[in-house]
Design a protein around this ligand. Structure first.
Ligand code: SF4
Length: 355
């Protein structure tokens, strides 16, 4: 049986998208950059939406080969209690951050749905925008999460190659490829307003993964037409576990991907995190990418305890302060935006609009 659903097969002419990604492309990088920049300027203006991740817990029941939080790592485990979350949020607010992405590992007793929902409510009381990157949930759980104040989720498929997926996800709930693949749809059915997709670049053939990601986004855009969609481009970074990517992605190819997605999907938010170098992030600002993380800590409690020697989920590359990063944006005539969601996302969710 083909493990890929029908909606991930080619539904229209993909010749140009494939060509834009190819190193033998008739399109030069400069041509793509020029087209991507013009579209970005037209659709998003000279702005960069900013957010920061907050790791609630590093407990995890899965064994993803590439992750520093996999359950076989010797990393000390902890979760933040609600008072500690408030302290972290306070430290983030002092950095100017009001848009937070809450993260946990796979569902465990220590960090289960009730814990996550309570943490969302705690964050929503303090922050302008709260999104979540955690374990796959049911439609009714997503509905509860939305009611608690979560407006968006991020869920990476990691790779759309089912064989590579099976090898990399050694044990735990994340082994279920189809369950994960169908998670963005369930979230939107449950009233979550935005979903962020991505693949972890380096795990499998990057061009094939980019093509499947493109199809997934097109499917969601057609099926849930009011949904806000975003794509992230994470490359594997050094982490506890020392996993080395078998399909390393060069700066050149990553730039091609970003431009190809911007040109093919002009309204989709493109996200670049602090996994990338300052030079690459500065280079992509204004010519495709419209949302970036700043001042990120990948440890549990990392904002309050900035001196911790814990390595976290992975090593960040761009460790500039929020102020230094914003100054770099302004030097490029790009306005850092800490709060711009109301205009786009304060309307009804897809499901509310369908009623
Ligand atoms: S990627 Fe997520 S699910 Fe996999 S080991 Fe890391 S925290 Fe757990």
């Amino acid at each position: 049986m083909n493990p890929l659903p029908e909606w991930l097969s080619a539904g229209h002419d993909e010749t140009r998208f494939r060509a834009m990604l190819s190193p033998d492309s008739p399109y030069t990088l400069e041509q793509l950059a020029g087209e991507s920049k013009a579209i970005t300027l037209r659709r998003f203006g000279r702005t960069m939406s900013l957010y920061a991740p907050l790791y609630l817990s590093n407990h995890c029941s899965s064994g993803c080969a590439y992750c520093g939080f996999a359950s076989d790592r010797k990393t000390p485990r902890r979760r933040l209690e609600q008072e500690e979350i408030r302290k972290e949020l306070g430290a983030m607010k002092r950095l100017g951050i009001s848009d937070v992405l809450l993260l946990t590992g796979e569902r465990t007793k220590a960090a289960d749905f009730d814990y996550l929902r309570t943490s969302v409510a705690t964050a929503a009381a303090d922050m302008q925008r709260v999104t979540v990157e955690a374990f796959p949930m049911s439609v009714s759980e997503y509905r509860e999460l939305a009611e608690a104040g979560c407006t968006g989720i991020t869920i990476y498929q990691e790779t759309y190659d089912p064989l590579r997926y099976a090898e990399l996800h050694r044990w735990g709930p994340k082994k279920d490829f189809r369950e994960r693949l169908e998670t963005p749809s369930r979230a939107l059915e449950g009233g979550i307003k935005t979903v962020g997709l991505g693949v972890l670049l380096g795990l499998a053939d990057p061009q094939e993964d980019a093509l499947m990601l493109y199809r997934h986004l097109r499917y969601l855009g057609k099926t849930y037409w009011r949904a806000g969609l975003s794509v992230s481009f994470p490359r594997i970074r050094p982490q506890t576990g020392s996993y080395e990517p078998p399909f390393p992605v060069s700066d050149h190819l990553l730039a091609r991907m970003i431009f190809a997605f911007r040109i093919a999907l002009p309204d989709v938010e493109l996200v670049l995190s602090t996994r990338e170098s300052p030079a690459f992030r500065d280079g992509m600002a204004g010519i495709g990418v419209t949302r970036m993380s700043i001042a990120s800590r990948t440890t549990v409690g990392g904002y309050h305890d900035a001196e911790s020697s814990d390595r976290g989920q992975f090593d960040v590359f761009d460790d500039r302060t929020a102020e230094a990063f914003c100054n770099a944006l302004r030097d490029k005539n790009i306005e850092p935006v800490f709060k711009n969601w109301e205009h786009a996302y304060n309307g009804p969710s897809h499901m509310e609009a369908e009623k």
